[in-house]
Write a protein that binds this ligand. Structure first.
Ligand SMILES: Cc1cc2nc3c(=O)[nH]c(=O)nc-3n(C[C@H](O)[C@H](O)[C@H](O)COP(=O)(O)OP(=O)(O)OC[C@H]3O[C@@H](n4cnc5c(N)ncnc54)[C@H](O)[C@@H]3O)c2cc1C
Length: 674
């Protein structure tokens, strides 16, 4: 048997099977979109996107694991997760793991700091959902913050969200504080076809194409696109491939897009909810962390014979000078390539943020390290595609620390529960649709910080369009002080006659992030490195700027996924990291999404489906209209109406051949052949 020394007799009675599995090999990252789902003698492993208990098996240790060391560059959620999987699934002693972190605190983009006096600050909030499978896997094992052992962060999260459904009653506002109808997607038939056409397009055919190149001008003015771009922070000049991936990844959430019922949220800010408990667990296990260390480069040994690349040394500098760490051939290096929050500029009530070196895109340490790697070989991708256009990837957020004022009274009107009750308040962002900055704000469950006083509420606001003057404060947002941003927000809430009271009761802290949407910039094959770039024997890339088959970026989940793939791949662990949750292949979700995109009205063919399935075992796969109940599925009205429509269509086209031609024309247009 060739299992590990450290395994000892572990699994010896399973030796034939352990050996056979080694020979057979396991594809760590199966791609569900590229294979035909079936059962056969060629399917010993679970389907590529199976999630759940059967995939929660624990792999055996690999050979010599106790003698190997791991260096993790960056302690964002990707880095922290890499350490988690090294310990749990790789069986690496925690003391063999060392983080090298530029900042003086762990967490990276997952921040949360300040106090009620000086003002709290979070660069962002976290819209989350239930199928962050890798993320929830980690937090189903991390001890809870406020419950005793054996409860976990996931247990706590479930209690909060199961008892307090997230939803929004004021998703869109206009005319200085008036709620705008947000009940439908507001898409014409033609615009729905634009979405379907994107869903049908092959990923390989969308290199470097932007959202505005794909969609019509009319589409970009719909409510659907307003929900979409403000919720996920898409810009018209971003990659339409990313938009497609989002549509597949979150198709099962389509009917909760307008009222935010598709989302779940943590109780506190993301640092206290996730980073603090995970780091506490890692430190308890014995990991090492060195703060204030910037990794500048990795020296690679290139074997021209077999094309392998092996990290030999890690070059750093920090508070106590330059350092070099030697890396053994069997040691592992995990590097976070690029960061969306690199070089954040801060401001406050009276100070506008100022970007340092805004003319020198990609000079921050995360980008520079990636660029240095990319300079060694094209297998490391093209970082400049992501960090090379600061105006295209910047936006700003402002955290408001609020004592009672007319702003809080207005907030109560727009919230689904009393914001001081601890329950869901605005239920996600509220967007001012007539704001030139395209400004949104949100009030998450309070307190947002564990030490927050009872009379304080923390709000967060952001805007997408950085180059336009405001509607009341006639300056672009990045030129404004915190007070000016607050005034602009008050204007859109209809509070201009109470500005003095609001300003006196509110503290602002600004974060201007030059690369916040760098991960959405138009890209093509090869721009992002593979998790383990070709030839690398002991180096994995992780985070938001790394290739996966189908996952999206700008999520916690994808950072955790890439870290997990890196650990399994470098250690040779015989275990799959399942592909994304397969909601897009669930006929119920597909039908529901189709109706949602059709502004909640019955789509063509729905009547026939009802006639076919109503009253059968499968009737509940059918979507219901807003005022319908399941009994309506048995009624024939919709079928009769749709039959009439189809009959008229055929009659108008005179002959069957013309009707066939009409259908073929639509199909060709959808598949991009028309
Ligand atoms: C404003 C905002 C809103 C967001 N909203 C959501 C949301 O709603 N839902 C969701 O799922 N996700 C959201 N995200 C995304 C999510 O937070 C990130 O994708 C994730 O936290 C990124 O983690 P990471 O570990 O990959 O990278 P980062 O968090 O960027 O961490 C990188 C770390 O590496 C360190 N580092 C970089 N280079 C070096 C170097 N050379 N030497 C040493 N250290 C280095 C950095 O200091 C940092 O600590 C949001 C993020 C932001 C900022």
């Amino acid at each position: 048997m060739t299992t590990s020394n450290s395994t000892g007799n572990l699994g010896s009675k399973l030796a034939p099977h352990v050996e056979a599995l080694k020979k057979q090999g396991v594809e760590v990252t199966p791609d569900a979109s590229s294979r035909h789902l079936h059962n056969g003698i060629d399917t010993p492993l679970p389907p590529a996107d199976l999630h759940g208990s059967y995939t929660n098996n624990r792999p055996l240790p690999t050979e010599g694991i106790t003698e190997r060391r791991a260096w993790i560059i960056g302690s964002g959620i990707a880095g922290l997760s890499a350490a988690f999987f090294l310990i749990r699934d790789g069986h690496m002693p925690a003391g063999n793991i060392t983080f090298l972190e530029e900042q003086e605190i762990e967490g990276g983009s997952l921040d949360g700091a300040g106090n009620a006096e000086d003002g709290y600050i979070v660069r962002g909030g976290r819209e989350m959902e239930m199928t962050y499978q890798n993320f929830w896997d980690v937090f189903s094992e991390i001890p809870a913050l406020e419950l005793p052992a054996p409860f976990t962060v996931l247990d706590e999260y479930r209690i909060v969200n199961d008892a307090d459904k997230n939803w929004s009653k004021a998703r869109l506002l206009e005319n200085q504080g008036q709620i705008k109808d947000f009940s439908t997607m507001d898409l014409t038939r033609r615009q729905q076809l634009e979405v379907i056409r994107l869903l049908l397009a092959r990923k390989e055919d969308l290199d470097d194409i932007t959202v505005e190149q794909w969609f019509s001008g009319g589409f970009l003015s719909t409510s659907f696109y307003t929900f979409w771009r403000t919720m996920f922070a898409f810009q018209n000049w971003h990659s339409v491939l990313e938009m497609k991936l989002y549509m597949h990844r979150f198709l099962h959430l389509m009917d909760g897009l307008n009222d935010m019922t598709s989302l779940v949220f943590p109780k506190y800010n993301q640092y206290d909810s996730f980073v603090r408990p995970l780091m506490t667990w890692l430190k308890d296990q014995g990991v090492n962390i060195q703060y204030d260390v910037i990794v500048t480069d990795l020296d690679l040994d290139l074997d021209t014979g077999d094309g392998t690349r092996t990290v030999k040394t890690i070059q750093c500098h920090g508070g106590d000078g330059d350092k070099t760490f030697n890396v053994g051939a069997r040691d592992l290096v995990f590097v976070t390539t690029g960061s969306m929050t690199e070089d954040t500029a801060y401001g406050d009530d009276d100070t506008a943020p100022r970007l340092k070196d805004s003319d020198k895109a990609g000079r921050g340490s995360g980008w520079q390290l990636w660029r240095n790697l990319a300079g060694k070989s094209e297998v490391f991708g093209r970082p400049d595609k992501f960090c090379g256009d600061i105006p295209g990837s910047t936006w700003e957020s402002v955290t408001l620390t609020c004592k009672p004022s007319p702003l809080m009274d207005k907030l109560k009107d727009l919230s689904v529960n009393d914001p001081y009750s601890g329950f869901t308040a605005t239920g996600g962002i509220v967007t001012f649709t007539d704001s030139s900055w395209l400004m949104s704000f949100t009030c998450n469950r309070q307190p947002h910080f564990p030490d927050q006083p009872d009379d304080v509420i923390v709000l967060w606001t952001y805007a997408l369009l950085m180059d336009k003057p405001g509607d009341y404060v006639k300056k672009p947002m990045p030129e404004c002080t915190g007070k000016e941003v607050l005034i602009e927000m008050c204007y859109h809430l209809g509070l201009t006659d109470q500005l003095d009271e609001v300003l006196a009761a509110t503290k602002t802290r600004i974060a201007l992030m030059p690369y916040i949407t760098a991960q959405f910039m138009p890209r093509a094959r090869g721009d992002r490195p593979q998790v383990v770039p070709e030839g690398c024997t002991n180096l994995a890339c992780m985070g938001q700027f790394v290739e996966t088959h189908n996952d999206v970026v700008f999520t916690l989940e994808s950072s955790v996924r890439t870290a997990r793939i890196g650990v399994y791949s470098l250690l040779g662990i015989d275990k799959q990291v399942p592909d994304i949750y397969p909601g897009q292949y669930d006929i119920r979700r597909l039908l529901r999404a189709t109706r949602t995109l059709n502004n909640n009205e019955a789509f063509l063919g729905e009547g026939i489906l009802r006639r076919l399935l109503g009253g059968t075992y499968f009737e509940n796969i059918l979507p219901l209209g807003p005022d319908e109940d399941p009994a309506d599925l048995h009624k024939s009205g919709l079928f009769d109406n749709q039959l009439q429509v189809i009959r008229r269509l055929v009659e108008e086209n005179h002959t069957l051949d013309e009707a066939k031609g009409w259908v073929q024309g639509i199909l060709d247009r959808l598949r991009g052949r028309g």
